[in-house]
Design a protein around this ligand. Structure first.
Ligand SMILES: Cc1ncc(COP(=O)(O)O)c(C=O)c1O
Length: 459
């Protein structure tokens, strides 16, 4: 063991401090994690976490499915399985994807994973070398950023508007990166009911994005855990449906059944699927047969489409409660997205208001949210936040939004009082803003970036 001393000569309390791999050394505790521990108190309305409302699940049906499984197929369910996943479940997963227009999926090209999070991890592991570029929407799913950072990728954001990822911005980014000699490996996108912005990429842009990536030789990773939770009831056609070779599709039962099952999957072109299976073998040997078969049996024996319909209606009511409360209470200058499905609304605050700085005051007022900076690798998103409507019931959502609006009004009036001291230009007050590397080394540092722990472990 390498024994190191701190600058002041004291020994670190962790005996293994000097032995960690370089990629582990940059893990830092979140600045806001302590506040999130407080946010789980019952008196606080949490609009922060993205937890599905599992209490809406028919637990009796889950219990009888699991009991039947143990009695009828216990010897299989409690045994090791393969790293690729149970064949019957993979066939059922193909039926699920057909609901989103993917009609040519073959079970051989499906790899069952421990949630879609593991699929993302395995994909990054097989495609990304330190310093390779992963393109993502800005903002994007926080744990994806952390996964890419763990493999020392360089995350580069491509801007979005109300129609999703902007194709011109994607073209410009690719041109700029090509000029730099950067190796762009993946475009990671959540095109449908995005986490965190709630935005859906339009059909015409989907075709354009696929074409741009095809020409640039960039693999598209379509992460789609919310696709079936459409509030219009009309499923959105998956990008993968129109490009079997250029897209790896990630799916999950976490939002349409239960995240505790930890069953997700990747649908990939055959050679990619084969590599994912090898990577899965070294990571987990075999996925839990128990939860795979429990999901398979649940889908086979229970009215799962009805269940999804009930989820959709519940989440739509919650979304409506949040949209109405925002319209009734938010001060001028605040804007927000209007999701057609999924769990999240992205709230942009009036110029100059810093969502992260405001969070302790919001928590003191008994409401929590996730500041926007968590969803960027480059320190952007200071005047934005993600609001989740998935978990609290409508009356709690209304209370939470009202409290948030009061905190925001107080913040704005404070800024107005001290206007001569303040500025709306973050670059003027924050030297880090002029140098994104100082905020987050993952943004522009060509060297391998160090991973960090997630600010928001529950998504
Ligand atoms: C966009 C996105 N991708 C992946 C995941 C991970 O989901 P799973 O539970 O399937 O690992 C989440 C979870 O919230 C998510 O929002």
């Amino acid at each position: 063991m390498v024994r190191e001393h701190r600058a002041d000569g004291t020994e670190p309390t962790d005996r293994w401090w000097g032995s960690y791999a370089a990629r582990a050394s940059g893990m830092i505790a979140s600045e806001v994690r302590a506040l999130f521990a407080v946010a789980s108190r019952p008196e606080i309305v949490s609009l922060a976490g993205g937890m599905p409302a599992v209490d809406a699940l028919p637990l009796d049906a889950v219990a009888s499915t699991v009991a039947d499984l143990v009695t009828s197929r216990g010897r299989v369910a409690l045994q090791y399985g393969s790293a690729q996943g149970d064949p019957e479940l993979r066939a059922r997963i193909c039926d699920v994807m057909a609901m989103e227009g993917i009609t040519d999926a073959h079970p051989d090209n499906v790899v069952v994973t421990v949630g879609s999070q593991q699929a993302l991890d395995l994909l990054t592991r097989v495609f990304v070398d330190p310093g390779d570029v992963v393109l993502t929407e800005g903002p994007t799913y926080v744990t994806a950023i952390n996964t890419f950072a763990a493999y020392q990728a360089r995350v580069v954001h491509v801007s979005m508007d109300g129609d999703g990822l902007v194709p011109d911005a994607l073209r410009e980014t690719l041109t700029r990166l090509a000029a730099e000699g950067a190796r762009v490996k993946l475009l990671y996108t959540v095109p449908t009911f995005q986490n965190p912005a709630g935005i859906t990429l339009t059909a015409s842009r989907r075709a354009e994005v696929l074409e741009i990536c095809r020409r640039a030789g960039v693999l598209v990773v379509e992460d789609n855990p919310y696709g079936l939770l459409s509030f219009t009831g009309e499923p959105v056609r998956a990008m993968r449906a129109d490009d079997p070779d250029g897209v790896v599709y990630l799916g999950s039962f976490s939002k349409t059944l239960a995240p505790g099952m930890r069953v997700g999957w990747a649908l990939a072109p055959a050679p990619v699927a084969a590599r994912l299976v090898l990577a899965a073998e070294s990571a987990i040997l075999s996925h839990s047969m128990f939860t795979q078969l429990a999901v398979e049996r649940y889908l086979a024996t229970q009215p799962w489409p009805e269940q999804i319909k009930a989820f959709r209606e519940m989440y739509r009511d919650r979304r409506d409660a949040m949209l109405t409360a925002l319209a009734e209470t938010m001060p001028a200058g605040a804007t927000w997205t209007r999701p057609e499905g999924g769990f999240f609304i992205w709230l942009t605050l009036p110029d100059g208001v810093d969502a992260k700085a405001m969070l302790p005051r919001a928590i003191a007022a008994r409401v929590a949210y996730v500041p926007g900076t968590g969803f960027y690798a480059d320190g952007s998103g200071r005047n934005a936040m993600r609001l989740s409507y998935c978990y609290p019931p409508p009356e709690r959502i209304r209370d939470g939004v009202r409290r948030l609006a009061d905190v925001l009004r107080a913040e704005i009036s404070l800024r107005q009082t001290f206007a001569p001291l303040a500025t709306t230009n973050p670059r003027a007050t924050n030297p880090r803003a002029t140098n994104p590397r100082a905020t987050n080394p993952r943004a522009t540092d060509p060297r391998p970036a160090a991973p960090r722990t997630s600010d928001f472990r529950d998504q």
